[in-house]
Write a protein that binds this ligand. Structure first.
Ligand code: LMR
Length: 356
């Protein structure tokens, strides 16, 4: 390089180092985000584009979909993404056309749902969401990349996932999941606060069932890393009444508490949990750790099959697997049944709307 000027040498070094880092990156993948102009969309898009969802070596092309009345806002979000100079972001599509949005996507994060308006009947809400998920199911089925992995976030998340499955029969049920990682993270947060330990030192809580106030946050198997090794969270807290009372109700009611405080539903924590969910599904759960995911139930633990139910799962090679063989006491059994029963009722309501 002796005959080169300093500027030429620096340019050459920059070219070599950017070529090297480029070589370490995976080929770009396409991620659909529906309802992208909304609150969770605004929080999750930079997280995705910074590698929090699929890793720091994974370039992404983001497909943002929203309804025509949000088209201008969506254009604003696109400008902001471009202005954020995010190196992993290799393209942004902002569209109100569901077919264009679903074209060749490898991952889909479904944030779009009809919000419950004051005085609205459950059945009316369900019928609005059935219409949205039916249309998106058929576009995903026809236009997404093979083996596209889907996460439903919008409520009622478990039943929206079921509708998606019903109207996209060629997409394997195991490729469609729904978000209960938000509740899982909330449960970890409660234990970490109670025990004054770092959240990274708590693991293996479980959210069973529906992402609703009937969910069962279960800390019977939770583990805390201490300087003396791993200990049971139950033994460390040593307060059964707290586990059966305040712990459960705080996690169950956390969404409502945030809504009351912010006058808006949780967005930041929902976006963060959606990233965690996809991250662990695709990149795997650490050895000895499980997470909660809403998945198509096979009837494990005696809960209803044929609904999307949240279970403890481990993930490896982009596949989830329900953790088997955990002991379930009578108290837990009743809670798991109650939330399962609610999911069956939601399913019946959704199917009655479909066939109406
Ligand atoms: C949450 O758990 O915070 C949300 O699912 C609540 C909601 O209805 O948006």
């Amino acid at each position: 390089m002796a005959s080169l000027t300093l500027f030429q040498r620096l340019t050459k070094c920059w070219q070599i180092s950017s070529r090297d880092s480029e070589a370490a990156l995976k080929p770009a993948v396409k991620i659909l985000v529906t309802g992208a102009a909304g609150q969770i969309g605004y929080a999750i898009l930079p997280m995705i584009a910074r590698g929090q969802m699929l890793g720091l070596d994974q370039p992404v092309i983001i497909h943002m979909l929203d309804i025509p009345s949000s088209s201008e806002a969506l254009g604003g979000v696109k400008m902001e993404l471009i202005d954020s100079a995010l190196p992993l972001l290799r393209g942004v599509v902002a569209t109100t056309d569901v077919v264009e949005a679903c074209k060749d996507v490898n991952f889909a994060v479904m944030l779009a749902g009809f919000p419950r308006l004051e005085g609205m009947e459950r059945k009316e809400l369900m019928s609005k969401n059935v219409a949205i998920y039916k249309a998106q199911a058929s576009a995903l089925e026809q236009h997404a990349a093979p083996n596209c992995k889907i996460l439903v976030v919008a409520n009622p998340a478990n039943t929206n996932a079921l509708i998606l499955k019903q109207f996209a029969l060629s997409i394997p049920a195991r490729n469609i999941t729904c978000l209960t990682r938000l509740d899982h993270n909330r449960a970890l947060g409660q234990l970490s606060e109670r025990l004054h330990v770092h959240i990274g030192d708590v693991k293996n809580v479980i959210i069973w069932g529906n992402h609703s106030s009937t969910q069962y946050p279960d800390a019977n198997h939770a583990i805390v890393k201490t300087k003396d090794g791993e200990k049971s969270a139950k033994e460390l807290v040593a307060n059964d009444a707290w586990f059966k009372g305040e712990f459960i109700s705080t996690v169950q009611q956390r969404g409502a508490a945030i809504l009351k405080a912010r006058k808006l539903s949780s967005s930041l924590s929902a976006a963060s949990a959606a990233c965690d969910h996809m991250h662990d599904w695709i990149l795997g759960t650490p050895k000895g750790t499980w997470v909660s995911m809403g998945v198509y139930s096979d009837g494990s633990y005696g809960v209803p099959d044929g609904v999307y139910y949240s279970f403890p799962v481990t993930c490896d090679k982009k596949e989830w697997c329900i953790v088997q063989g955990l002991t379930v006491d009578e108290f837990s059994r009743r809670k798991m049944e109650a939330t399962g029963q609610e999911l069956v009722e939601e399913k019946n309501l959704a199917y009655s709307v479909v066939s109406a």
